[in-house]
Design a protein around this ligand. Sequence first.
Ligand code: SF4
Length: 367
Amino acid sequence: GMPAPPPPVLAPRRKTRQIKVGSVGVGSESPVSVQSMTTTPTTDINATLQQIAELTAAGCDIVRVACPSADDAEALPIIARKSKIPVIADIHFQPKYVFAAIDAGCAGVRVNPGNIRKFDDQVKEIAQAARDAGVSIRIGVNAGSLDPRLLRKYGKATPEALVESAVWEASLFEEHGFHDFKISVKHNDPVVMVRAYELLAERGDWPLHLGVTEAGPAFQGTIKSATAFGALLSKGIGDTIRVSLSAPPVEEIKVGNQILQSLNLRPRKLEIVSCPSCGRAQVDVYTLAEQVTKGLEGMTVPLRVAVMGCVVNGPGEAREADLGVASGNGKGQIFVKGQVIKTVPEDQIVETLIEEAMRIAEEMGNA
Ligand code: SF4
């Protein structure tokens, strides 16, 4: 039959220049990608590769590793070679590691102009080395390490200050004919951050890497990132994202993927449509939704599963989903593609839903 039309998005992507981070395209011609950063010491090659493998399995497209010392730089060649996803080396303070990372076969290098003394004098050589190796750069401006000149001029890291720093550094690379870079202007305040990216998007067609920096522990950081990225992505701004959480990096990938899935910028996978429950609920919706989510974790086929507490909205939502349950009177009506296929006692709802989900997944897989 006809392929289903792509799901609607809130805005077309803003047109940008296109770059490559290894095999991953970044820019308006490519889907928005998700990044994270390893937390292991980069010198611990096995632990770092293990974490990269976990991130890859969770849906990470690009991974960044810190490179604060010569020992870290020495670990980069093996990491870059063995990682299944492109590796970006994160460089502050020491430009010599930029060259080491390029020699090591990293797909990209992140530089922070605010943290590299006399950065401007080195742009020519960096551009030359990156061009020769086919490596892309991220100009990563960060509120916490803003260029001291701009900090003096603006008093603090305002959106205008972040953008001025970024545009200045971009112009230096461009003067040397180098265009394979993306830009980030991160701030921990979503309002400042969103404004900065909006201003930056007006100034040029650079691909943009979105991030709310130091967003905090998982709950706060998730909300801050989702709010800020949502505001920008809903206007088509943003080509690659990194959620920063004080939590294991796999959590950042789950959040990043969920943000993109919510905006139809990435195909939805398992989606649980569960009600918040209310005084009408005739079943413990929280436990039921949690058990179903747990039981179906790791499913890779797109599946909407409705878990509803009563018959008010229950049958309607359960019918709209691929699979669902509407509970009441100690029983659950199980729906598959809009049809009640059976009614089971409450204590069999979870196992029945999981069974049916597996069956549907198998059919989809074999289709
Ligand atoms: Fe309340 Fe029923 Fe709606 Fe759930 S489906 S929120 S229990 S009315």
